[in-house]
Design a protein around this ligand. Structure first.
Ligand SMILES: NC(=O)c1ccc[n+]([C@@H]2O[C@H](COP(=O)([O-])OP(=O)(O)OC[C@H]3O[C@@H](n4cnc5c(N)ncnc54)[C@H](OP(=O)(O)O)[C@@H]3O)[C@@H](O)[C@H]2O)c1
Length: 299
């Protein structure tokens, strides 16, 4: 039975991977994250692991001897990366190097997540082989992590995704959860209509990851929601599914937000390669939001 070491297991994707893999596979899971305890109470194999600590990474990888390392740990605050460059690089690049070094000695393969922020957003949507040109520090750090894997001397899969959403225990507010929290209180939200892309249910990405492992796919894959729309249109669809008042959504432009990090505007990921090779199509926006509404009913 394959042993799977998960880093950043308390995050949104880390929790979704545990849920989907427990349901759909026989793999032995070894979740790890930076906190003392697992946010998922029944994670018996949980261990604390800060991936920026090279010796700790080596020790745990040696002890577990995993077949696969799934790296869900990352510095995901895009604006925070502009002001905390050192921390961002440490977690998004140096920690990946720690996993590569340890993974090589254990003969493990690594699955790592990247983003559409490796592109400039001038002419999306993008295929796997399109030319990268990050316009933010977060994007630069994620591209550097991709390059580290490409030259790391072990089997790897890089999965690019965008705008993850879903729910879990103590997860940071994502775009969908933030909209729900505001609109359910009848508060107005200002949403940009000049950023387009895919919106990805975390459990879909987890399922795609499972297929990648089962089919032994290596290299680079885009896995994201199956339609490409603006943030504004996503918010409108969310109102349709959750029966919120659409009048609460005010259309604005990205420039109005004055955010520290530049965003790729005309973005999006073409998922044809994953659909063809993995035999799976992630949910589109309406299906994803209906799924989220069911999940929220459960929690
Ligand atoms: N979220 C998106 O929209 C999006 C889009 C494209 C790509 N991605 C990529 O998808 C992956 C998963 O993202 P996500 O949304 O699941 O992120 P997330 O919810 O922020 O989860 C990251 C997890 O890593 C943990 N962590 C922080 N520092 C760590 C350390 N030094 N060692 C080990 N764990 C540490 C975090 O703990 P704390 O919460 O305590 O910091 C958190 O539990 C990332 O590679 C991200 O770049 C995400």
């Amino acid at each position: 039975m394959k042993k799977i070491l998960i880093t950043g297991s308390n995050g949104l994707l880390g929790q979704s991977i545990q849920a989907v893999f427990k349901r759909e596979s026989e793999f032995e899971l070894y979740p790890t994250s930076v906190e003392e305890k697992s946010d998922i109470s029944n994670s018996l194999n949980y261990r604390k692991l800060d991936t920026t600590k090279r010796d700790d990474v080596k020790k745990i990888v040696r002890e577990i001897s995993p077949d696969v390392i799934i790296n869900c740990a990352a510095y995901t605050d895009v604006d925070g990366c502009e002001t905390h460059k050192e921390q961002c690089w440490k977690l998004n690049v140096e920690a990946v190097n720690n996993l590569i070094t340890a993974g090589r000695t254990a003969n493990a393969r690594i699955i790592h997540y990247s983003t559409d922020y490796v592109f400039d957003g001038k002419n999306g949507p993008y295929r796997e082989e399109d030319k990268t040109n990050p316009v933010s520090y977060y994007g630069r750090s994620k591209l550097a992590s991709e390059n580290a894997l490409k030259t790391g001397g072990l089997d790897y899969t890089i999965i690019r995704t965008m705008v993850l959403y879903g729910t879990g225990i103590n997860v940071k507010p994502n775009f969908a959860l933030w909209l729900i929290s505001k609109l359910s209180k009848n508060e107005q939200v200002n949403i940009v209509d000049d950023q387009t892309g895919n919106y990805t249910v975390a459990e879909d990405l987890a399922y795609g990851t499972l297929k990648i492992i089962e089919k032994n796919c290596t290299g680079l894959y885009n896995i994201a929601g199956s339609d490409i729309i603006s943030r504004y249109d996503f918010a409108v669809k969310l109102c349709d599914v959750f029966r919120f008042d659409k009048e609460l959504i005010k259309k604005i432009k990205t420039a109005d937000l004055n955010q520290p990090a530049v965003r790729p505007l005309n973005s999006g990921l073409i998922i044809l390669k994953a659909q063809t090779e993995l035999g799976f199509t992630p949910m589109d926006t309406t299906e994803g939001l209906q799924y989220l509404s069911k999940m929220l009913g459960k929690i």
